[in-house]
Design a protein around this ligand. Structure first.
Ligand SMILES: NC(=O)C1=CN([C@@H]2O[C@H](COP(=O)(O)OP(=O)(O)OC[C@H]3O[C@@H](n4cnc5c(N)ncnc54)[C@H](OP(=O)(O)O)[C@@H]3O)[C@@H](O)[C@H]2O)[C@@H](O)CC1
Ligand SMILES: [K+]
Length: 515
């Protein structure tokens, strides 16, 4: 598979973009009825692969998701499965293709009623898919609530009904599926929580939509994966000098001295040529004793910012990180702001994390106005709320989805925003975004964010563009944690990174041999 092809496979389509791909495919000569036939067949195949024959209830909704349901029912019936089918809708209002498969269905059509769930071992959820337009109510809501309560096994068609494919948010109620079969490309809602947890195993089926339809659709959201950026990864060159691999400068505070040391170690492991920490003189011995590979510079009391600025006079210090362990006590916050602004004014690549984000909570615009060069902000949800309160405002009690919020924040701040969580988002000011999916639960451990900042600043130091650096760092962070497994602590993240990088190098060498 070519790099372009795998990038194309990682694209995520909103429900509107998917509808456009669907209609463009039809315009290009693929009959709509063929698309629906292929979609239904793909689900029936996936069901037969996963489950042995058992009493199945196929729930068909009023649109084309329901149309798929009629196709699935026919295939499973032909394979000898005991099938009951219920339809929620008006036959006269079905699309031509759904009408076709409605007519082709040979069995009975039951009224939509919760009692059907009795004696059902598997539900095919074809009630609503991409066309879900408003919160569930009435019998649809009753049915989905009953499905969730009974915990009957569910295979969802396209998305579990009630889940919005673009946002991953539930519009009312969603019964979690064990298997979701979607078509052509994934949607953001399959990867963003709570959606990701509601889809179960996700299968993407090819239904005959030509990939060329994507040329006409402006898609700039991807599932984060090395295929998107490995050609830009800064592998060390044999003829390289340590200065070719950059010099990361990290600010460290006096209370939580471990945080910025983790950042430094992350930056070193990810390949920065040189790493130095700049710390208040009072705590210099703590840092100097603990770090062997990194240099530690003193910032004298009362002139910390000036001393930091002096370090920045050397243009070889080309990437800066401020925030981990910087401290939140009033005097520390004031100092952190000054140091962050001193970093930003150089327009060198800068990562601001943790306390450096909270330090601007009272007037975030000061921060945004100062961002002129490559910059990465790495808030978790709490820090995000402090920096972007307007973006987090709710309408009817509902906040905008995480993808939208991260993209708005990137646009507003002019920085790449890494909104951290189980489904970390990486968003660039120009609208590009990635959803990261490889982070295991073990990563939710103290200090892991400090290491992430180190990975980012270490990659920035090696000249990687901010959006790529953030995407690489987030992916490596997840890959290391997943490979390490249980018992992970933050210290393990930098030290286990070489294993992942070496595997990566081997894969690249193999790929070159194959080519
Ligand atoms: N894309 C592709 O390539 C292919 C897509 N395919 C399939 O098509 C599916 C999309 O089909 P779709 O557009 O007809 O939408 P779908 O989800 O069936 O529902 C629309 C209906 O639901 C109604 N409705 C909405 N919300 C409601 C609510 N809360 N409560 C009650 N009613 C509500 C809405 O009513 P309206 O808003 O018009 O009043 C309308 O009647 C897609 O998910 C995939 O499975 C495949 O066949 C092959 C190729
Ligand atoms: K569905």
């Amino acid at each position: 598979m070519s790099a372009e092809q795998s990038k194309n496979d990682l694209l995520l389509l909103t429900v509107e973009q998917m509808a456009r791909a669907d209609s463009d495919a039809v315009r290009a000569g693929v009959p709509a009825v063929d698309l629906m036939a292929a979609a239904g067949k793909a689900v029936a195949d996936a069901v037969q692969e996963r489950w042995s024959p058992r009493p199945v209830l196929v729930l068909c909704g009023p649109g084309n998701n329901g149309g798929d349901g009629f196709v699935i029912a026919r295939h499973l019936q032909q394979a000898g499965w005991p099938i009951r089918l219920a339809f929620l809708g008006n036959q006269a209002k079905l699309s031509a293709e759904a009408q076709y498969f409605y007519q082709a269905w040979q069995g009975d059509i039951a009224d939509f009623s919760v009692s059907l769930l009795e004696q059902t071992e598997l539900v095919i959820d074809a009630i609503f898919g991409a066309g879900l337009a408003r919160p569930l109510e009435g019998i649809a809501l009753e049915m989905i609530t009953a499905m969730a309560e009974r915990k009957t096994a569910i295979c969802a068609v396209d998305v579990p009904s009630g889940l919005h494919g673009s946002t991953g948010q539930a519009l009312g109620m969603v019964a979690p599926a064990e298997l979701t079969v979607t078509f052509f490309r994934k949607k953001p809602g399959h990867l963003l929580f709570p959606g990701r947890g509601l889809c179960g195993e996700l299968v993407v089926a090819d239904i005959g939509i030509p990939a060329s339809v994507l040329d006409e659709i402006e898609v700039n959201v991807w599932q984060n994966h090395p295929a998107l950026w490995q050609q830009n990864y800064p592998w060390p060159r044999l003829d390289g000098h340590k200065f070719h691999r950059g010099h990361a400068l990290i600010f460290g505070g006096e209370t939580l001295t471990g945080a910025s040391r983790l950042t430094a170690r992350g930056a070193m492991r990810v390949g920065a040529g040189l790493v130095s920490l700049a710390v208040p003189s009072k705590v210099w011995p703590i840092y100097a004793n603990a770090l062997t590979g990194a240099m530690v510079s003193k910032l004298e009391l009362g002139q910390e910012t000036e001393d930091f600025e002096e370090l920045l006079l050397d243009p070889r210090r080309n990437a800066i990180a401020v925030g981990p362990g910087a401290g939140l006590v009033a005097f520390e916050s004031v100092r952190t702001r000054k140091i962050a602004l001193a970093a930003l004014v150089t327009e060198r690549a800068t990562v601001l994390d943790a306390d450096a984000l909270s330090a601007f909570a009272s007037d975030p615009q000061v921060l945004f106005d100062a961002i002129a060069g490559p910059c990465v902000l790495t808030p978790h949800e709490g820090e995000f709320a402090r920096l972007f309160p307007r973006i987090n405002e709710t309408a009817n009690g509902v906040m905008q989805d995480k993808l939208t919020r991260a993209r708005l924040a990137a646009k507003q701040s002019g920085a790449v925003v890494v909104l951290k969580g189980a489904d970390t988002l990486i968003a660039a000011p120009d609208g590009r975004a990635m959803i990261n999916t490889n982070a295991p639960a073990e990563l939710a451990t103290g200090g892991s964010g400090d290491v992430l900042t180190g990975f980012i600043v270490g990659l920035l130091a090696q000249g990687v563009e901010a959006f790529d650096a953030a995407a690489m760092a987030v992916w490596l962070h997840g890959a290391v944690a997943a490979d390490f497994g249980a018992g992970l602590i933050a210290e393990d993240l930098p030290d286990h990174l070489p294993k992942i990088l070496n595997a990566f190098i081997q894969q690249q060498a193999l790929a070159r041999e194959v080519r």
